[in-house]
Structures are given as structure tokens and as C-alpha cells.
Design a protein around this ligand. Structure first.
Ligand code: BTN
Length: 255
């Protein structure tokens, strides 16, 4: 077992060849008292979980499929801030390792030229109105080739390798991500969400362009205007009405 000794994240890494999903394993460790920053990493997931009940395609040896135990002091209603912080750390790590100009699509997808490279899934457990722990699931399509994507996925998803035209070292990427995450988490603990929100806004591709928004209830076009402290987004509808959106799918945007 290798780990980033003396650091807040990645000091302990539980490595597996194949698992159903790294999420429940990390959850189990968290329940047993595992320290913040404990990582579960797998070469392959047979039932990788995506957001909104989707499946996360996780072929052997080609990606970074990992779940991390967090023990934040964040109030429950501000938990989305952690997702945004994670997305910033990922965007920065990918930019530094690959030099690809990746962008963040609200709330937490990392895209390159309109195709998705990574996903983040946060699952939290609460106790007496406080966050007991959070499991941050991170999936990065690192070295998948064109043939690893089936038809429907091919138009929407891509890998660092495909975009860069050369394989990317997964260990280097994980280490860069942990370091960025640590730096941002320290910043967040000291100065709150404001500096994180500013970074998020500097990397996002989701603001300012009219796009199709699909919520659980309805579908409409709107221009996303700004990010709020709650991790939601304020959008402007065609009739001028402004609305705050907490959970939705956004349509395509130019990048
Ligand atoms: C999304 O739908 O965008 C989120 C995808 C999250 C995938 C990661 S891979 C590691 C962890 N284990 C899972 O089963 N899912 C997350």
C-alpha cells in the first residue's frame, strides 16, 4: 500500500483490482471510523455508480476510480460547496498534468471540448443535523481509447488520452489532485467558500450562455448567471424571471 504520508488526503490507500463500486467500501470504512482522507481505489468497477442512478463505465486499468472519506465541519445545507471544491481541485490537477484547457460544467462535470472527462458523486451521512462523513466518489477517464466507448457514450464522453493524444500517468494525476485538494481545503477552512467560488467561476463553462435546463419537474431555456453560496445557480429565463436551481441537468454549451 502506497500513500501520501503526512498529508490530509491519500495518507491511506486501499487498493483493489476489481470491486462492484468503491463507494460502499469507503462508506464502510467511514462507519468504522476511518480518518479523513482515506482512499479506496480500484482498477475496475463492475457496478460503478454515477449521479441520478446512472451507471459509471469503469473499465480495468484505464481510469481513476476512487472514493475518499471526508469529515468536514460544513453545515449540511452547504454540502454542495464540497462538490464544487472537488471540481476545482480536479480541473486544476488535470490542467497541470495534461495542459488540457478543461472546464467545469455546473455542478461538477469536467469537460473538454464539450465532452465529459470526469464525474463527481458526493454521498453524505448525517447525524443530529450535522454531517457525520461525506464520501467523495471521483471517476476520471484517463487512458480509455475510442473503442472503450459504446455508441451512445462516444458522443458525450472522452478520456485524457484521447484529448491529449498520449497516455497519462494515473499516479501522477492522483498525487497532483490530492495536493490541489489539500491546498483548496485548507483555503476553504481558513477563508470560507468565497475564494473557492471565485476559482470555480474562473474555470466554469456554465455561465452566460443560454442553455436547456432539465429539472425533475420541468424543462426550459435560461441563461445561468451566477453561483450562490449554497452551491446552487441563478438562471435568467427568457421572460426575464430569475430562478435559483439546486439540481438539474444542463444542456450543451460551447467551450
Ligand atoms: C457522475 O455521474 O458524473 C458521477 C460519477 C462518479 C463515478 C465515481 S468512480 C469512483 C466512485 N465509485 C462509484 O461507483 N462512483 C464514483
Amino acid at each position: 500500500e502506497k500513500g501520501l504520508k503526512g498529508h490530509r488526503f491519500g495518507h491511506t490507500i486501499h487498493y483493489h483490482k476489481a470491486v462492484a463500486s468503491t463507494q460502499p467500501l469507503a462508506k464502510e470504512l467511514a462507519e468504522q471510523g476511518a480518518a479523513e482522507g482515506t482512499v479506496v481505489l480500484a482498477e475496475q468497477q463492475l457496478q460503478g455508480k454515477g449521479r441520478l442512478g446512472r451507471i459509471w463505465h469503469s473499465p480495468y486499468g484505464k481510469g481513476v476510480w476512487m472514493s475518499i472519506v471526508l469529515r468536514p465541519a460544513t453545515p449540511i445545507q452547504l454540502a454542495p460547496q464540497l462538490t464544487l471544491l472537488t471540481a476545482v481541485a480536479l480541473a486544476e490537477a488535470i490542467r497541470s498534468i495534461t495542459e488540457l484547457n478543461v472546464g467545469i460544467k455546473w455542478p461538477n462535470d469536467i469537460l473538454h471540448k464539450g465532452k465529459k472527462l470526469c464525474g463527481i458523486l458526493l454521498e453524505s451521512a448525517a447525524e443530529e443535523q450535522r454531517l457525520k462523513y461525506v464520501i467523495a466518489g471521483i471517476g476520471i477517464d484517463v487512458n480509455l481509447g475510442e473503442n472503450d466507448y459504446e455508441n451512445e457514450l462516444r458522443n458525450k464522453a472522452t478520456s485524457l488520452r484521447i484529448e491529449k493524444g498520449a497516455p497519462v500517468d494515473r499516479e501522477q494525476l492522483i498525487e497532483a489532485f490530492m495536493m490541489k485538494w489539500e491546498r483548496l481545503s485548507d483555503l476553504y477552512d481558513q477563508q470560507g467558500f468565497e475564494p473557492i467560488a471565485q476559482l470555480w467561476e474562473s474555470y466554469t463553462i456554465s455561465l452566460g450562455q443560454r442553455t436547456l435546463i432539465t429539472t425533475a419537474q420541468e424543462q426550459f431555456y435560461a441563461v445561468p448567471l451566477k453561483l450562490t453560496e449554497r452551491g446552487s445557480i441563478v438562471v435568467k429565463l427568457d421572460d426575464g424571471e430569475e430562478r435559483e436551481i439546486f439540481s438539474a441537468e444542463m444542456g450543451e454549451v460551447k467551450q
